[in-house]
Design a protein around this ligand. Structure first.
Ligand SMILES: NC(=O)c1ccc[n+]([C@@H]2O[C@H](COP(=O)([O-])OP(=O)(O)OC[C@H]3O[C@@H](n4cnc5c(N)ncnc54)[C@H](OP(=O)(O)O)[C@@H]3O)[C@@H](O)[C@H]2O)c1
Length: 319
């Protein structure tokens, strides 16, 4: 399969590494809004074709699948455009900013018989699969509480991630990781969300803190921060112990602590955390699937509904 990469986004480099490590597909072309940027990127990353517009990338008949890591507010427009050229499409998280946008994308993909998936690499990681098994076996007893902490302070203050109109902020930036991880681990629990935010220097949320009620006997607490640093991790607390996964969206190990003091660590060495997602995409498309059986339309749309609900409450409380 030949990939076209839509934009020279920072994250594209890691996705490209994942596809190449998986070894089944080719990074065929890159497009940027600037021809000079595309050319330099293609040269630096050994990509044979480059374009100075996203449109030209979509027009290339040789390309099978387009990966879209553009600014959040453009995901829907760029996805609809790529699909209209009958490309299979992978859209970075957050897939879209409203349920209507997401449903429009899936509808067009269905009409044109194209594979469409949200990029959420965490659910494909070996450590996540092992975590799901351990929780299912109740190795820490029945689960009562889950605590997520994510700190991303890497963007300069004038970056689009600090503009709400571009889909920036802590909530849009990272809440989908948490919600889709929970949906995968617990097979689509019912989630009720409520939360508070701290404004940034601009119109975005610098900190998004939220709670989730589930129908599975446990509650979830989550904090995403863009202006303070702390260890990013998730801890699952059961009646008999806890399991920690550091940097769970790209993690390579987990720690189990049982009440009474027993501790063990399970490691999953990896080169690129994107290679598992790349393998999944390859196999879905090779089998002629239109939807991933793991990153389903249902999970993507439900996640957007929850994020949108919370974003509206943040905006209301700021007025
Ligand atoms: N799955 C993950 O682990 C992960 C991690 C980080 C980010 N992401 C997602 O990937 C996407 C990109 O994030 P990033 O951090 O890589 O962002 P970034 O470096 O700022 O890249 C965004 C790209 O979008 C393009 N773009 C189109 N319109 C733009 C505009 N008006 N202003 C600025 N750039 C514009 C630019 O490419 P050209 O100039 O080449 O056209 C730019 O390089 C986001 O949706 C983010 O949520 C996913």
């Amino acid at each position: 399969m030949k990939y076209g990469i839509m934009s020279t986004a920072s994250i594209a480099e890691r996705f490209i590494r994942g596809v190449r490590e998986n070894g089944e597909d080719e990074i065929y072309a890159i497009a940027s809004r600037s021809l000079e940027k595309a050319e330099a990127y293609a040269r630096d990353h050994g990509i044979p074709h480059y374009y100075g517009s996203y449109e030209q990338l979509c027009q290339n008949a040789a390309i099978d699948v387009i990966y879209i890591p553009t600014v959040n507010v453009s995901h829907c427009r760029d996805g609809l455009n790529a699909l209209s050229y009958r490309k299979h499409v992978i859209i970075e998280k957050p897939f879209a900013l409203s349920v209507a946008e997401a449903e429009g994308l899936f509808e067009l993909a269905g009409d044109l018989n194209c594979f469409l998936m949200e990029a959420q690499k965490a659910v494909f990681l070996p450590v996540t699969g092992q975590l799901k098994r351990l929780l299912g076996q109740q190795i820490i007893g029945p689960l009562r509480y889950v605590d997520f902490k994510m700190s991303h302070t890497n963007h300069p203050l004038d970056h689009w991630m600090y503009q709400l109109s571009m889909g920036g902020g802590a909530l849009y930036g990272s809440a989908t990781y948490i919600l889709e991880y929970l949906m995968y681990l617990f097979d689509d629990p019912l989630l009720e969300i409520s939360g508070i935010s701290l404004p940034s220097h601009s119109d975005t949320d610098a900190i998004a803190a939220f709670h989730l009620n589930t129908d599975r006997g446990f509650i979830v607490n989550a904090t995403i921060a863009t202006n303070v640093e702390f260890d990013s991790k998730v801890v699952f607390y059961g009646t008999d112990g806890n399991i920690t996964v550091r940097n769970f969206w790209k993690g390579d190990h987990l720690d189990i602590n049982l009440n009474g003091g027993a501790h063990s660590q399970i490691n999953f060495p990896q080169v690129s955390e994107f290679s598992y997602e790349a393998r999944h995409i390859h196999h879905c498309i090779a089998q002629g699937l239109k939807e991933s059986p793991i990153m389903t339309k249902k999970r993507t749309v439900e996640t957007i509904r929850l994020v949108d609900q919370l974003q509206r409450s943040f905006q209301k409380n700021r007025r």
